[in-house]
Design a binder for this molecule. Structure first.
Ligand SMILES: Cc1cc2nc3c(=O)[nH]c(=O)nc-3n(C[C@H](O)[C@H](O)[C@H](O)COP(=O)(O)OP(=O)(O)OC[C@H]3O[C@@H](n4cnc5c(N)ncnc54)[C@H](O)[C@@H]3O)c2cc1C
Length: 315
């Protein structure tokens, strides 16, 4: 299995921020992945999974232990007229393109989402009314505590808006079985083109992790809220709120993870103070974050005194 020591993980994320991990592994089969996990668990080496790195903020201070990239796990097998088994490392736009050529509909929404199938299942990625969970029939996982690989119906898990109850610290997605429906390749491809155009018109180009916050349940979408607070274009160091879509933070000039955290904290503090709304990050953190940085993943009511006074100042 391909392995790199002291690998720069930032380059493997769409935000292009991050430090060195002790090890970076690229397994390409389920068997390689299981035996790697067993070895790491037995040696007490911490590990984290990396898909497309499109929903991750990697610490500029680096990541202790092993990072496991799924990019080598990239198979797509048609096992019946309307079902496919797909490796965890397959990129979503590739699956959208490949299934459109097969005349299979259901993956069109994946166009333009720069993640992998593993990440899509963990996050229940969705767009344009389509959700990963809607087409997912079975999932093959590794239980890292037991060192076992098993396949379960997707109905075994709960999926919601950008969430699943699959804990990526314990379970690793190896493969998905999708059930799609028959369609005309031209019509499916037209839909894909339409979604591609929509993204080009509404989302910024540049290094980002997509939407930085989940949309709050009972009010305007996060982007509209941030825009209403007059924060478009606001920046801290190289971290900048996009002027095209305010729910995107761009790494516009060699930003560090602490600049991203400070900017997220500033937005959250403003939203909490002015609108009473908790903007919960959609992005996940990997690596070494300080307690002050980690507060961005905590509801304001749970933050410590230090972060509360920081929030008040920022507001
Ligand atoms: C420009 C842009 C546009 C985007 N648009 C959308 C959108 O429209 N809709 C949407 O839902 N999201 C969107 N995203 C966010 C992101 O692409 C999705 O959340 C995607 O599902 C993340 O997948 P990934 O493979 O990149 O996961 P990563 O970012 O690599 O990882 C995310 C989490 O999943 C875990 N993980 C990854 N692979 C596995 C695995 N095989 N087993 C277990 N755990 C794993 C990681 O450890 C991490 O906890 C966008 C991002 C960008 C940059």
């Amino acid at each position: 299995m391909f392995k790199i020591e002291k690998a720069d993980i930032g380059h493997l994320t769409t935000l292009r921020i991050g430090g060195l991990s002790d090890f970076l592994f690229f397994p390409s089969t389920p068997e390689e992945l299981v035996s790697l996990i067993i070895q790491l668990q037995d040696s007490d080496i911490p590990w984290s999974m990396l898909g497309g790195g499109s929903n991750l903020l990697v610490s500029s201070r680096g990541v202790r232990g092993a990072v496991i990239s799924t990019t080598g796990m990239d198979w797509v097998n048609r096992i019946s007229p309307d079902t496919l088994t797909v490796g965890a490392g397959v990129k979503m736009p590739r699956l959208a393109g490949q299934t459109s050529q097969m005349g299979l509909s259901g993956c069109e929404f994946m166009e333009g989402i720069p993640g992998t199938i593993g990440g899509a299942i963990i996050m229940n990625a969705g767009a344009h009314g389509g959700w990963t969970s809607n087409i997912l029939e079975k999932i093959t996982l590794i239980d890292s505590h037991k060192g076992e690989i098993f396949t379960v119906p997707a109905s075994h898990f709960d999926f919601g808006y950008r969430t699943s109850n699959i804990d990526p610290k314990r379970y690793i997605v190896v493969e998905a079985k999708f059930r799609l429906s028959d369609g005309m390749p031209e019509q499916i491809q037209d839909k894909i083109k339409q979604y591609r155009r929509y993204r080009a018109e509404t989302q910024p180009k540049g290094f980002s992790s997509g939407c930085i916050f989940r949309n709050p349940v009972s009010c305007s979408p996060a982007g509209k809220l941030i825009d209403e607070m007059g924060m478009k274009g606001f920046r801290i160091g190289g971290a900048e709120i996009s002027t095209t879509h305010a729910n995107f933070i761009l790494n516009s000039q060699n930003a560090s993870s602490d600049q991203i955290c400070t900017l997220i904290n500033r937005i959250q503090s403003n939203a909490w103070a002015n609108k009473g709304i908790w903007l919960q990050p959609e992005v996940w953190g990997v690596g070494e974050f300080t307690d002050e940085e980690k507060v961005i993943w905590l509801h304001p009511n749970l933050r410590n005194n230090l972060s509360q006074s920081e929030s008040k100042q920022a507001a």
